[in-house]
Design a binder for this molecule. Structure first.
Ligand code: FAD
Length: 391
């Protein structure tokens, strides 16, 4: 795998952010290696709802092939349930995707435009020695560990880190250490399965159950299997028995029961609200969850990753040619201004959801005045001005 000449760009992680960034970089004429730890379609903890903003980025990048009819279902309605109250938001224009097939389709699209995909390799960016850290360097080195125990290395002029929450590929670089929000909620998801069944849950609808110690979303994929994602307090994690917590949350909110939870494959996450100490340094830039994630899960995670990916090529063309000390601040500005702008709003929403008494009152107002909630959901979903970030 060691190339005689360095790659222009190594992208770590073939989730939505990594694969879209890789495609766009290859289209911009750069030689791109996409490094992915897993092999073939893999489940990722996610509610699977791609909002209008994410859709607008995919269309702009010509990657809506990943939303083919057999891979995605329309999302038209969101219903929020708390105790016996319900708030319904209609006229949504999102999509429900199965993260295994969606992510795989984006990785295939990257390969089709010339990206070289290395699947089944765990990438770790090597630290710089003191002398290299004090000057401008020409490349970064990444070590690669394969499942069969063999190892390799590659060099790249720019490393785009898109390896998700916690940035596992940067574990040796202290400058990117995680800053987790105190009391951050954790996430869980259930891999879609034939054995999870329910008589309820209409297609094209995301049903959200909100309880004092967390919330969960249930939607139907195009093949009618259920897609379930949740966020909850650390106390729930300490108690375990997630299947029981999900079942009780659904009952409490008056939502239909789901059979098969006790034998379902439930996967957890790290604390959801966290960010790295910096988002760029010495020929490394971060995108997607690796660049910071802010709960609550209101369906923007993928959109943030896709928007950041669309912004990568114009930055990379300059950074590959010549890295200089102002570039980290420039990348941080791009993320803050054009990608993560709405995260402030998420933080307020997350804080409100964690105050049961306050949340109950807000919900009561929203239930009585549906027009109160609709603009909030619209704001979270608004399409991305892609032309500006990709400029
Ligand atoms: C419970 C829950 C529900 C959610 N629901 C929604 C939703 O409905 N809508 C939405 O838009 N967002 C949702 N999100 C957020 C969304 O899942 C993420 O924001 C999105 O997946 C981020 O994409 P990404 O490409 O940055 O990272 P990821 O999708 O996490 O991809 C990272 C990739 O990097 C690979 N990788 C990791 N380490 C290495 C390594 N060392 N070497 C090589 N490869 C590596 C992984 O295998 C993976 O393929 C939800 C999140 C949670 C936890």
């Amino acid at each position: 795998m060691s190339a005689p000449t360095p790659w222009n760009v190594a992208v770590i992680g073939a989730g939505p952010a990594g694969s879209v960034a890789a495609s766009q970089l290859a289209r911009a004429g750069l030689r791109v290696a996409l490094l992915e730890r897993t092999v073939g379609p893999r489940y990722k903890v996610c509610g699977g709802c791609l909002n209008e903003r994410g859709l607008s980025v995919l269309r702009h990048c010509g990657l809506d092939v990943a939303l083919r009819d057999e891979l995605s279902a329309p999302l038209r309605q969101i219903t929020f349930h708390r105790d016996a109250r319900q708030v319904t938001i209609n006229d949504q224009a999102g999509t429900i995707v199965n993260r295994a097939t969606f992510d795989a389709a984006l990785a295939v699209a990257a390969v089709q435009v010339g990206v070289e995909l290395f699947a089944g390799v765990k990438a770790t960016v090597e630290p710089l020695d003191a002398a290299s850290a004090a000057r401008e360097i020409a490349t970064r080195t990444i070590s690669l560990q394969r499942a069969d125990g063999t190892a390799d290395r590659l060099r790249a002029e720019l490393v785009v880190v898109a390896d998700g929450l916690g940035r596992p590929s940067l574990q040796r670089l202290s400058e990117f250490a995680a800053i987790a929000a105190p009391n951050s909620r954790l996430g869980l998801g259930i891999a879609p399965s034939e054995t999870l069944t329910s008589a309820g849950y209409e297609p094209a609808t995301l049903s959200m159950a909100i309880v004092d110690d967390g919330y969960l979303g249930v939607a139907r994929l195009v093949d009618r299997r259920l897609c379930i994602g949740a966020a909850f307090d650390a106390a729930v994690a300490r108690r375990g028995a997630f299947d029981r917590w999900i079942g009780e949350a659904l009952t409490r909110c008056g939502l239909p029961a789901i059979d098969g939870l006790s034998t379902a494959s439930i996967r957890g996450t790290r604390p959801l609200t966290q960010r790295p100490a910096c988002v760029a340094s010495h020929r490394i830039i971060l995108i997607g969850d690796a660049a910071g994630y802010t709960e609550p899960i209101t369906g923007e995670g993928m959109a943030w990753g896709l928007a950041a990916a669309a912004a990568v090529p114009s930055f990379a063309l300059q950074a590959c040619h010549e890295w200089h000390s102002e570039l980290p601040a420039a990348w941080e500005r791009t993320l803050r201004r054009d990608v993560h702008g709405g995260q402030f709003f998420n933080r307020i929403l997350a804080a409100a959801l964690r105050q049961p008494r306050y949340a109950r009152r807000v919900f009561a107002v929203a239930a009585a005045l549906p027009s109160f909630a609709a603009p909030i959901v619209r704001r979270l979903n608004r399409p991305q001005a892609v032309a500006r970030i990709a400029a």
